[in-house]
Structures are given as structure tokens and as C-alpha cells.
Design a protein around this ligand. Structure first.
Ligand SMILES: [Mn+2]
Length: 322
């Protein structure tokens, strides 16, 4: 679905924008923010891009150094806010500041997005927010420069798992083709997003694989990392949210889980499946996400959270098969 005329007209109307996305920014949120930022600047808008958390160091994307930290914006008087790839509640430490901005634009592809916004472009059939940004730029007749192409392609590549997930459509492959034509570098982007890991990360991965577990039927597999593991291996928990893919690779596994004790007594859970709606599980625990890839954050002791969630997961599987 393309953005409405009303949405595009409204974007033309305002002169200054603060562009934000969710905490712990990923390739899609970064590519979307920078793609839209560079595009709106072509229209003569004043724009700033701000995140609550550091950018992954492996991403060396055009204009990425123009993304600012939280402290640089508080004395600014923005007319309009653009929230990408999430609802305002997921903007981390930016939340209190951004809610003071009078006009809200929201662009997101997560199902269940209930953000109130003056102008909203929401489509859960889109593989990435970056593919929606592409449609906004086209709708505004903005020229896709090599820097924009790089960022938008990067966002799409990230959220489709490198064109491997079920959200990879023929439409998005055509968009990707055009973006490569216009200057995106597929090999470099692939390396930056999926194939640049620190030594410590690889050692932690080995530890996590060694300690992987499965239930008696072999249909639920899970990985766990304690707060102590992160300290011992010297790895930032934020680098590890994709580890769950290894549990999902196992033959016969229907639902894969990742448990990370990111703070003492706080467990982040990642849910993945090839076919079952794991978002319902995540939502039950106060989280959310996509049908086949979701997450939640709960407080509690690691082993008891694991026990409880594995039991819930087995119940869900039984329910789907009834
Ligand atoms: Mn996304």
C-alpha cells in the first residue's frame, strides 16, 4: 500500500522534523530514518535524526554520523515528529521529549501498532519500514541518491533477513533491484549487517550453542544467556538479539526461543517460528512484534522465566494442532 495523498501533502507542509525510531536501533530503523532524513532535506526541510541508544558499530552507512544522541535536541523547538518502525512508547529515553512535539507522523509495519498520530502510514504487509520510506520518497518525487539508496536497501535487507524471510515479496525484490541500480552495495551491506562480529561475540555464541536445550518432542528449542555470561564474555546484550536464529535452524524445531538476562532479574525473550503465530505469546507477556518474530521483556529469575515460558510455548503448539 502506498501512502495516502493526505499523508504526503502533510509532509510537504511542515518545515522542521525530528525523526526518531525505536530504542536499540536496527538496520531497518536506521535505514528508514536516514533515507527519509536525506529525502526531506532535498525538499529544503530542516531535519534531525536522534536515537536513544548507540548505533551498531558494524554499520558504516552514508550520513550515519549525522544521527545524534538524545542530549543534543532538548533545547530545540520542533513542530513535527516522525516516528518510524514503532510506537512512541518504544522510543526509549526519547519518549518524554518527543511527546511534547505538537504534530505526529507515524510510519510502521508492525502489526498491532495502535499509535495515535495526526498522520499515520501503517501497513503490516510491508516487509520493512524502509520499503514504506521508499514509497514516501517516490510519492514526494524525491530523487533517490546513492546515499538514500544505500540506506533504504540496508533497512529492507535487515528486516527481510537478507531476503530470506517469509516477508520477502516480488515487489520488494524489484525495489531492491532499483536501489542497487541507484547505488546500494549489496555485498558491503550484507557484510555490515550480518557478517561483522567481534571475537568476544563469537566466543559467546559458542557458549550459547553449547548450552542450547530442547523439549522432549524436539519442537521447542531455546538458548539462554545470563547477565554473568554477558559480563564474562564482555559482550553488550544489544549485539545478541539475533542469536535465536540458531535455535530456529534445527530440524524439527517449530518454535525457537532466546532468553537473555540483560539486567539482573530482567529477561528479554525472543520468539521465532517458521509458521506459528508467536506474536500471541509475546503479547501475553506484554511484548509484541511480528507473527513469526516477536519479543517481550519480563522481570524474574532466569531459570523460572524459562520454565514458565517453555510451558506456555508447548501449550500454544498443542492449541494450534487441535
Ligand atoms: Mn522494521
Amino acid at each position: 500500500m502506498s501512502p495516502s495523498k493526505e499523508f504526503l501533502d502533510a509532509l510537504r507542509k511542515y518545515d522542521d522534523y525530528l525523526i526518531v525510531a525505536h530504542e536499540n536501533p536496527d538496520a531497518d530503523s536506521i535505514g528508514s530514518m536516514l533515507g527519509l532524513y536525506l529525502g526531506l532535506k532535498q525538499l529544503g526541510k530542516r531535519c534531525r535524526v536522534v536515537t536513544s541508544d548507540p548505533i551498531p558499530s558494524s554499520l558504516v552507512w552514508p550520513h550515519i554520523d549525522e544521527i545524534e544522541g538524545h542530549s543534543s535536541i532538548e533545547d530545540w523547538d520542533f513542530r513535527a515528529l516522525i516516528v518510524l518502525d514503532c510506537e512512541i512508547t518504544r522510543t526509549g529515553s526519547l519518549k518524554d521529549f518527543v511527546t511534547t512535539i505538537p504534530v505526529i507522523f507515524n510510519v510502521d509495519h508492525h502489526p498491532g501498532n495502535s499509535q495515535h498520530a495526526d498522520y499515520k502510514y501503517h501497513d503490516s504487509t510491508e516487509p520493512a519500514t524502509a520499503s514504506m520510506v521508499y514509497k514516501i520518497l517516490k510519492g514526494l518525487d524525491i530523487a533517490i541518491t546513492p546515499a538514500i539508496a544505500y540506506n533504504v536497501y540496508g533497512g529492507i535487507f535487515g528486516d527481510t533477513g537478507g531476503f530470506r524471510y517469509a516477508n520477502t515479496t516480488s515487489e520488494v525484490l524489484l525495489v531492491a533491484s532499483e536501489l542497487v541500480e541507484l547505488g546500494a552495495d549489496p555485498a558491503k551491506i550484507s557484510r555490515e549487517i550480518f557478517e561483522t562480529k567481534s571475537w568476544n561475540f563469537m566466543k559467546l555464541l559458542g557458549h550459547a550453542l553449547n548450552n542450547m536445550e530442547k523439549n522432549s518432542s524436539g519442537e521447542v528449542a531455546w538458548m539462554k544467556l545470563s547477565n554473568e555470561d554477558f559480563r564474562n564474555f564482555g559482550v553488550d546484550p544489544r549485539e545478541t538479539d539475533q542469536l535465536v536464529q540458531y535455535a530456529r535452524m534445527i530440524e524439527g524445531v517449530q518454535i525457537a526461543l532466546l532468553f537473555r538476562e540483560t539486567e539482573p532479574n530482567e529477561v528479554r525473550i525472543g520468539f521465532r517460528s517458521h509458521q506459528y503465530d508467536v506474536r500471541s505469546l509475546a503479547t501475553k507477556l506484554g511484548g509484541g512484534g511480528h507473527k513469526l518474530a516477536a519479543g517481550a521483556r519480563v522481570s524474574g529469575e532466569l531459570s523460572s522465566v524459562i520454565q514458565q515460558v517453555v510451558t506456555e510455548t508447548e501449550k500454544l503448539l498443542a492449541h494450534f494442532r487441535r
